[in-house]
Design a protein around this ligand. Structure first.
Ligand SMILES: [Zn+2]
Length: 151
């Protein structure tokens, strides 16, 4: 959710802002789309059982790593650069999503920056286990947007 707001905050231009919000959430949306197609009505059940069954070799995690890697989005960015350079700004929210996830995920959810070439990842802090991450994240969004509106 905050990824979408960050996307809109970074790009700020209308009507691209709504696309930026959508693209900011895209790494998670694409993973969820895969989950819905694969598990259909049992997707929520799969997600709720992950604490016990999570396995990084499961295709679900491979899809998650792929969409959170710098490599696929960079290929897309290069294509956009040559075909429609004026839209290049719209890949920024996607990169920013990956950047934030590096620091707010660890272990099996850790962001594999160069997947599928490498499994390298930092050990960030899981945001859902540290409510201060959400408090700081949303506070920064509010402050930055207030600065843009009033300064
Ligand atoms: Zn993500």
């Amino acid at each position: 959710m905050s990824h979408a707001v960050w996307g809109a905050t970074i790009v700020r231009k209308r009507p691209e802002m709504w696309w930026a919000a959508f693209i900011g959430a895209l790494p998670d949306l694409l993973t969820a789309l895969y989950g819905l197609i694969r598990f259909k009505g049992k997707y929520l059940l799969y997600m709720s059982n992950l604490r016990l069954t999570a396995n990084k070799d499961d295709t679900y995690f491979k899809v998650y790593y792929f969409f959170h890697s710098l490599l696929p989005i960079s290929v897309v960015a290069i294509v956009i650069y040559f075909m429609a350079p004026s839209y290049l700004i719209l890949v920024l929210p996607y990169y920013f999503h990956i950047f934030l996830d590096v620091f707010t995920h660890r272990g099996i959810w850790g962001t594999r920056l160069f997947y599928p070439i490498s499994n390298f990842h930092f050990h960030g802090r899981d945001w859902w286990k540290n409510r201060w991450i959400s408090i700081i994240n949303w506070s920064m969004l509010i402050v930055i947007n207030l600065i843009f509106i009033f300064v």
